[in-house]
Design a protein around this ligand. Structure first.
Ligand SMILES: *[C@@H]1O[C@H](CO)[C@@H](O)[C@H](O)[C@H]1NC(C)=O
Ligand SMILES: *[C@@H]1O[C@H](CO)[C@@H](O)[C@H](O)[C@H]1NC(C)=O
Ligand SMILES: *[C@@H]1O[C@H](CO)[C@@H](O)[C@H](O)[C@H]1NC(C)=O
Ligand SMILES: *[C@@H]1O[C@H](CO)[C@@H](O)[C@H](O)[C@H]1NC(C)=O
Ligand SMILES: *[C@@H]1O[C@H](CO)[C@@H](O)[C@H](O)[C@H]1NC(C)=O
Ligand SMILES: *[C@@H]1O[C@H](CO)[C@@H](O)[C@H](O)[C@H]1NC(C)=O
Length: 932
C-alpha cells in the first residue's frame, strides 16, 4: 500500500505546473481571497509601519517633545500618512517612505516568481533548518549591503533582499505548527541565533493523521496534528521536495495535489478560506505572529536590523530623511552672471523656507565644466550652501557643449530619493551617450530633474537631437534637456540671461513636503477646469504656450471670482502662479487669451495622493513588473490612496499622453487591504510611448478630486524577463551564470546588449548583439566571478539591458556573494546509544498505588558532531540527568533516566543547536493507549 502511494507521488511533479506555491498569499491583486485576509504585502507593510513607529517614538525630531511608548506604534489606524503627520507635526507626505516599502514588498512578492520551486523559501517539507539557513543568508546579505557608505543602488539591493528574507520569515507562521502550539510570540531563534532552537520533528516521527473529508469536498482538519512539542511543517511538492512521506502533514488546500493522499488534508493557515487552508481558523493568529516577527526583523532589541546598521543607515533604508535640493551648475566662463543671479535669488528663497517642514533635508551642489565634474558639496545649512555657490570658480569656455549629463548623473546618485534637481546651463550636452543611463537612474531614484536654461549652443550634436524627435514620434522636444525634464516630471524653462531671475521663483514650487499633481492637460481654446478638493492647502497653475508671441491668463474660483495669486514665473510663453490660501473649493478654471494651443499643469500641496504599481499575471499570481512595461501588453494597474482618506472613493483611471492628450479611461474597482485601506485595481494596456495616469474620485469630504502620477510611464517594445530557478548567489572564488530572456515585441531590429553590476563581478556576457524579428526572443547570459580573497558577504545588483535604435529596456537582478561556510547547513540530528535498560514495570506493577513503589531506568549517550546537545523528556522531567562524557563538552552527553512504574514510558528528545532532533521512545504501557 505504501509503495503504491509513493509511486503515485513520484509522478506528481508532472502536475506541478497546475499547482500554486504559496504561504500567505502575495497580495490582494492576485485575487481569490477575502479582502480581510492578510497577504504578504499586508503583513510586510504593517510590520514595517510598526517598526518605523517604534523608531520614531524613541527618536523624536530635534526640538520636539519626547513621545510615550506606544504613542505611535499603537496608533489606530496605523498608516504611513498618520505616522508622518504625527512625527513631523506637519503635513509631510510619506511618499519616499512608501517607495522604500514598495521595493521591500516587491522583493517579497518576487520570491513567487524566482524561487517558487525551492522549499527553503517557504518552510515546506519540514525543511526547517534549511529555511532558517536561507533566512540567515538573506539577512546577512542585507547587512553586507548596508555596511559603510551606502548609495542608492546598495539600498535598493538591500531592500530587495530584505523583502525576500521577510518572505521566508513570514512563511514560518503560515506553514509550520508554531501557531498550533499556542505560541503568542514569534519564534525568537529565527532572528536571534543565540537564543534556543526549538526541536524539529525527526524524519521518523509521525506528525499528522488524516483529516475528515466534508461533503463540500474540503477537509476538516481540527485534530490532524499529532505533535505538540516539536516543530513540523506541511509538505508541498516542488523541485526540491518530491514526495509527501507517510505520516507527514500536507500543506493542504485545494491547490495542494497531495491533499487527497494520506495523511489527507494539511495544516496551512495562509487564508481564512477552509477550501484553501485546512487550519483557516488560525489565519489571523498566524498573520499577527508574522507581523510581529517582521517588526522584530527591523527593530528587535539587540538583534534587529537597527542594532546592526545604526540610525543613519536605518533612516536611509526607509527613506526617512526627506529630499535633497540639488543644483548642478555649469561653471564655464559664460555662466558667471547666471551663477550670481542663482546665488542671490535662490538663496533668498531657500532661507525663507529653512526651518519649515517643507525645507529639504540637505542641499547639494554639483559643478560641471568640460571635462571636469564635481567635487560634490553637501550641507544641511543654507548659509553654507550660499558659501559653496559663491566660491564656484568659473573657467574655460569657447567650445560649446559641456559634460552636463555627467554632472546630472552625479547629482542623481548623490541626492536622496525623490529629490529636486535643478540644472543651470547655457550649453547643450557633450555626453549625450549617457542619456539611457540617466533615465534608468531617474526611474530608480524617482527624482525630478528641472532645467533653467539661458541658451543652448550645441555644435555638432544637432543631428542627433533631430533624430530624437522622430524617435519618440508623438512628441518633439526642443532638446535633450526638455526630454529629460518631461521624462522625470520636472520643469523645463528657457530664458535669456538678463531674465533668469524671473524664472528662479520656480524653486519655490519644489519646497513642498507634500507635493501633488492635480491635473495635466493639453488645452485647445481658452478655458480649462480642474477640481480643488478640501485636502489641498495650496495650488499652482502652470500654462505653457507652444508659440512665443505671448499670452495672458486668469485663475477663476468656483464662484466665478478671480483668485488672488502670486506670480512665480512670467515669461512670454510660460506662466506659473501660486494660490495660497485657498478660499473656495470645487471646480476652478484657468482662462487664457488669445485662444490657442497650450499645456496646463496644476500642482498643489495635499496629503491625499495615490501610489501605484503596474503588475502582471505571472502563473497564478499578479506580481509587480520589473523594468519598463511593454507597449500593448495587458497589465493590472493597482493603486492605494495615501492620506487621511477614510471615506474617499476612487472611480476612474484616465490616461493621457505625455503631451496631455486624453487616451482613454477605465473604471477602478475599489476594494481594500486587510486593514481597510483603499486599494483599487483596473486592467491597463499602454500604447503611447509615455503615459500619465490620472485617478479621479470623491474626496473624504465628498468633493470631486483628481491626482496625476508624478512622472510619466514610459513603455517599450522590448522586454527582459528573469528566468526562474536561478538564485543569484555565489561563493568567493566561484563563477555564477545568470540568464535573462530578451523578447522583442516591436518591429524587427538589431539589438545590442549590455550587462553591468556595482561590484564589478561581471566578467563577460553573450551574445553582445543580435537581430530579433518581431515576437522573437533570445537568452542573454552573463558570467560573474567573485574574487576568492574576500570571504565575507557582499551584494550587488546586475543590470541587463537591451537596446535597438527605437527601443530599450532593462532588468535588475540581485547578486549575493555568500561565504562558503554560511552555506553549510547542519541537518544531522544527534545520535544516541542505549547503554543500560532496566524495565521491571510489567502487569500489576503498573497499577496504582503499587506503581509508585517500583521504578525503571535507562542510561544512554547522545552525541552531535557539530553542536551542543539538549536532552528533554516528556514524561518525568526530574528523572533525567545528563553530563558531558568526555572532552567534547555538551556535544557528547551521557544521561540517566529514572521513573516510577506509574509512567512506564518516555519520549526522549535529543536536539542540537539547530533544532535537529532525534527521539528515543520507550513504551511499556499495558494496554497501549490507542494512537491518536
Ligand atoms: C538572544 O537570545 C539569548 C538567549 O535567549 C539572550 O540571552 C540574548 O539576550 C538574545 N540576544 C538579544 C540581542 O536579544
Ligand atoms: C489583452 O487582452 C485583450 C482582451 O482580453 C485581448 O484581446 C488581447 O489579445 C490581449 N493582448 C495581449 C498582448 O495579450
Ligand atoms: C471587482 O473586484 C471584485 C473583487 O475582486 C470582483 O469580484 C469583481 O468582478 C470586480 N469587478 C469588476 C468590474 O472588475
Ligand atoms: C543556488 O543554486 C545553485 C545551483 O543552482 C546551488 O548549487 C546552490 O546550492 C544554490 N544556493 C542556495 C543558497 O540556494
Ligand atoms: C554605488 O556604489 C558602487 C560602488 O560601491 C558603484 O559601483 C555604483 O556605481 C554606485 N551606484 C550609484 C547609483 O551610485
Ligand atoms: C521564446 O521563443 C520560443 C521559440 O523560439 C517560444 O517557444 C517561446 O514561447 C518564447 N518565449 C517567450 C516568453 O516569448
Amino acid at each position: 500500500m505504501k509503495r503504491i502511494n509513493m509511486l503515485l507521488l513520484r509522478n506528481l511533479p508532472l502536475l506541478l505546473c497546475l499547482s500554486i506555491a504559496s504561504g500567505f498569499r502575495p497580495n490582494h491583486e492576485s485575487g481569490g481571497i477575502d479582502p480581510s485576509d492578510f497577504t504578504d504585502t499586508d503583513i510586510t507593510e504593517m510590520g514595517v509601519l510598526r517598526a518605523v513607529a517604534w523608531y520614531m517614538e524613541r527618536n523624536p525630531l530635534p526640538g520636539k517633545p519626547p513621545m510615550t511608548p506606544g504613542q505611535l506604534e499603537n496608533m489606530k489606524p496605523l498608516t504611513a500618512t498618520g505616522l508622518f503627520k504625527a512625527y513631523f507635526q506637519a503635513d509631510v507626505s510619506p511618499n519616499r517612505f512608501e517607495k522604500a516599502l514598495q521595493e521591500i514588498t516587491s522583493g517579497n512578492n518576487l520570491v513567487e516568481v524566482l524561487h517558487m520551486e525551492d522549499s527553503s523559501y517557504f518552510f515546506y517539507c519540514e525543511e526547517i533548518t534549511k529555511s532558517i539557513n536561507q533566512l540567515r543568508i538573506l539577512r546577512d546579505s542585507v547587512l553586507s549591503g548596508l555596511k559603510g557608505h551606502v548609495n542608492s543602488s546598495a539600498l535598493e539591493s538591500a531592500r530587495l533582499s530584505a523583502g525576500k528574507a521577510l518572505h521566508v520569515l513570514q512563511k514560518f507562521y503560515s506553514n509550520t505548527n508554531w501557531a498550533e502550539m499556542g505560541n503568542s510570540k514569534p519564534y525568537e531563534y529565527l532572528l536571534n541565533t543565540t537564543s534556543r532552537a526549538f526541536p524539529a520533528a525527526p524524519a521518523s516521527k509521525t506528525t499528522c493523521g488524516n483529516c475528515v473529508k466534508e461533503s463540500g469536498g474540503w477537509y476538516s482538519c481540527d485534530e490532524n496534528l499529532l505533535v505538540k512539542d516539536m516543530l513540523t511543517s506541511g509538505y508541498k511538492l516542488s523541485a526540491t521536495c518530491r514526495t509527501k512521506p507517510r505520516g507527514k502533514c500536507g500543506h493542504g488546500g485545494r491547490n495542494d495535489v497531495t491533499q487527497n493522499f494520506p495523511p489527507t488534508g494539511g495544516i496551512n493557515k495562509e487564508t481564512s478560506d477552509r477550501q484553501l487552508s485546512p487550519h483557516y481558523q488560525l489565519h489571523k493568529q498566524a498573520a499577527e505572529l508574522a507581523i510581529q516577527a517582521t517588526r522584530d526583523f527591523f527593530v528587535g532589541e539587540g538583534f534587529g536590523l537597527l542594532s546592526q546598521i545604526g540610525h543613519d543607515t536605518f533612516k536611509k533604508f526607509f527613506n526617512m530623511e526627506g529630499y535633497s535640493l540639488t543644483f548642478a551648475i555649469d561653471t564655464t566662463g559664460s555662466m558667471s552672471n547666471d551663477i550670481q543671479q542663482v546665488k542671490t535669488t535662490c538663496i533668498e528663497i531657500l532661507r525663507e523656507y529653512s526651518g519649515s517642514p517643507d525645507a529639504p533635508f540637505n542641499y547639494i551642489l554639483v559643478p560641471f565644466n568640460d571635462p571636469g565634474v564635481g567635487p560634490v558639496m553637501k550641507t544641511n545649512n543654507v548659509d553654507e550652501f550660499e558659501y559653496y555657490i559663491s566660491r564656484l570658480h568659473v573657467t574655460g569656455g569657447g567650445d560649446c557643449p559641456e559634460m552636463s549629463l555627467t554632472g546630472l548623473k552625479l547629482a542623481l546618485q548623490e541626492s536622496l530619493p525623490r529629490s529636486k534637481i535643478f540644472t543651470f546651463t547655457d550649453a547643450g550636452a557633450k555626453d549625450e551617450w549617457l542619456k539611457d543611463e540617466v533615465k534608468v537612474l531617474i526611474d530608480s531614484t524617482g527624482s525630478e530633474v528641472n532645467y533653467a536654461l539661458t541658451g543652448y549652443c550645441s555644435s555638432r550634436k544637432r543631428r542627433s537631437v533631430a533624430r530624437e524627435e522622430t524617435e519618440s514620434s508623438s512628441r518633439s522636444y526642443d532638446n535633450l534637456y526638455e526630454e529629460l525634464a518631461a521624462y522625470s516630471g520636472g520643469y523645463y524653462v528657457m530664458t535669456s540671461k538678463s531674465q533668469l531671475h524671473q524664472i528662479l521663483g520656480i524653486m519655490k514650487l519644489s519646497l513642498n513636503a507634500a507635493p501633488v499633481k492635480v491635473a495635466y492637460s493639453h488645452m485647445d481654446g481658452t478655458r480649462f477646469s480642474f477640481p480643488v478638493d478640501e485636502t489641498l492647502t495650496e495650488i499652482t497653475v502652470s500654462v505653457k504656450s507652444r508659440v512665443s508671441s505671448g499670452f495672458s491668463m486668469t485663475v477663476l474660483q468656483p464662484s466665478g471670482a478671480t483668485s488672488a495669486s502670486t506670480v512665480v514665473i512670467d515669461t512670454a510663453n510660460h506662466k506659473v502662479v501660486e494660490v495660497s490660501p485657498i478660499h473656495e473649493r470645487g471646480s476652478w478654471t484657468v482662462t487664457v487669451s488669445p485662444s490657442g494651443s497650450y499645456e496646463v499643469e496644476i500642482g498643489g500641496k495635499s496629503l491625499m495622493d495615490f501610489s501605484y504599481q503596474i503588475m502582471q499575471r505571472q502563473k497564478e499570481y499578479v506580481l509587480p513588473v520589473q523594468g519598463r512595461p511593454v507597449k500593448g501588453a495587458n497589465y493590472t494597474f493597482s493603486m492605494k490612496v495615501m492620506g487621511d482618506a477614510k471615506g474617499a472613493e476612487v472611480h476612474r483611471l484616465a490616461y493621457v499622453s505625455g503631451q496631455g492628450i486624453p487616451i482613454g479611461s477605465v473604471t477602478l474597482n475599489q476594494t481594500s487591504d486587510a486593514f481597510g485601506n483603499i486599494l483599487a485595481v483596473a486592467p491597463i494596456s499602454l500604447h503611447a510611448p509615455t503615459t500619465l495616469l490620472i485617478v479621479e474620485g470623491l474626496s473624504p469630504g465628498g468633493l470631486p478630486f483628481s491626482r496625476v502620477s508624478a512622472e510619466p510611464i514610459t513603455t517599450e517594445s522590448v522586454q527582459i524577463l528573469p528566468l526562474p530557478g536561478q538564485n543569484g548567489t555565489l561563493s568567493p572564488g566561484e563563477t555564477l551564470e545568470l540568464s535573462v530572456m530578451v523578447v522583442n515585441d516591436g518591429p524587427s531590429a538589431p539589438f545590442s546588449f549590455k550587462v553591468s553590476d556595482d561590484l564589478g563581478l561581471m566578467r563577460s556576457f553573450r551574445p553582445t548583439s543580435s537581430f530579433l524579428n518581431k515576437g522573437e526572443n533570445i537568452t542573454l547570459t552573463a558570467t560573474f566571478i567573485a574574487s576568492g580573497e574576500d570571504s565575507s558577504f557582499a551584494s550587488s545588483i546586475a543590470t541587463f539591458s537591451a537596446k535597438s535604435s527605437t527601443a530599450q529596456n532593462y532588468l535588475k537582478l540581485p547578486i549575493t556573494v555568500i561565504p562558503e561556510t554560511a552555506l553549510e547547513t547542519d541537518e544531522t540530528p544527534p545520535v544516541y546509544k542505549l547503554l543500560d535498560f532496566y524495565m521491571p514495570c510489567v502487569g500489576k506493577l503498573q497499577q496504582k498505588p503499587i506503581c509508585s513503589g517500583h521504578s525503571w531506568r535507562m542510561r544512554f549517550s547522545a552525541k552531535d558532531a557539530q553542536s551542543a546537545v539538549t536532552v528533554r523528556v516528556n514524561a518525568n522531567p526530574t528523572g533525567l540527568t545528563c553530563s558531558p562524557r568526555g572532552t567534547d563538552g555538551d556535544k557528547d552527553l551521557i544521561c540517566h533516566y529514572v521513573s516510577d512504574c506509574c509512567s512506564p514510558y518516555a519520549e526522549v528528545l535529543m536536539s542540537d543547536e539547530n533544532g535537529n532532533t532525534e527521539t528515543l521512545t520507550i513504551d511499556y504501557r499495558r494496554p497501549r493507549p490507542s494512537a491518536a
